[in-house]
Design a protein. Structure first.
Length: 220
């Protein structure tokens, strides 16, 4: 837990008191953890794997965020009493997840100003990203939005390799389209252009950003 950003300011004693309250669960790829509108009973912390936070409307999906090791989610409906899950969550890979019951989460928050402050910081970071998403969807064209999504994935989930930054998760064109807020065909077209320009390569659904600088120039 010491490596989890949310708990970074906690003392060893505090960590020792919270650790036994978590339950570890393993999930297969493609498991729906909860749906939008469900009652929120647990707080989730990712031990390994990737989780997608999304909303659906008539079979169309928008991905709000991708979370991975050390990230948490499911706090909103626990803090906003009486409100339900604001989005759905599904595993994109096999995951190990630690859950904390609503009552334990509440009592820990009440007793730890440091934890509250960290949670607020992370929430603000998420609000910033959500604002960025509103801006992008309102003002930018699909091509620019697609390039921005890939750049951001490389920044957040990129592993440095001699030939560039490897985005550390398998992504289908449809999933990328659901992050960009467009149809699959449009993403396919942009990905093809980027490959022809030798800015990215794609191997078995893994994207490698070969030239992040040239990619950044396409956005600004
Ligand atoms: P909750 O509403 O309990 O269930 C869905 C969870 O998804 C929510 O808590 C947050 O943890 C997370 N979530 C919802 N919207 C966003 C967003 N825009 N960005 C990142 N995470 C979100």
């Amino acid at each position: 837990l010491q490596n989890v950003p949310l708990f970074q300011d906690l003392s060893v004693t505090e960590l020792e008191s919270i650790a036994p309250l978590f339950q570890e669960r393993k999930y297969k790829k493609g498991t729906i953890l909860f749906l939008e509108g469900d009652l929120g009973e647990e707080f989730y912390l990712i031990g390994s794997g990737v989780v997608k936070i999304y909303r659906i409307d008539n079979y169309k999906e928008i991905i709000l965020s991708l979370f991975r090791q050390g990230d948490f989610f499911g706090e909103m409906s626990l803090i906003q009493k009486g409100l339900q899950r604001s989005a759905a969550a599904e595993t994109l890979e096999a995951c190990s997840i630690y859950t904390l019951m609503r009552s334990d989460f509440a009592s820990f928050m009440e007793n730890s100003p440091k934890l509250c402050m960290r949670l607020l910081e992370v929430t603000m970071e998420r609000l910033r990203k959500a604002n960025e998403q509103i801006y992008n969807l309102t003002f930018l064209d699909v091509r620019t939005r697609t390039i921005k999504v890939i750049s951001q994935l490389a920044e957040e989930h990129g592993l440095q390799r001699s030939s560039g930054y490897l985005i550390n998760m398998k992504l289908t064109h449809q999933q990328l389209a659901n992050m960009v807020g467009t149809v699959r065909e449009s993403v396919t077209k942009v990905l093809q252009e980027l490959q022809e320009d030798d800015i990215i390569t794609i191997d078995k659904k893994y994207i490698m950003v070969k030239d992040p600088e040239r990619m950044a120039k396409l956005i600004y």
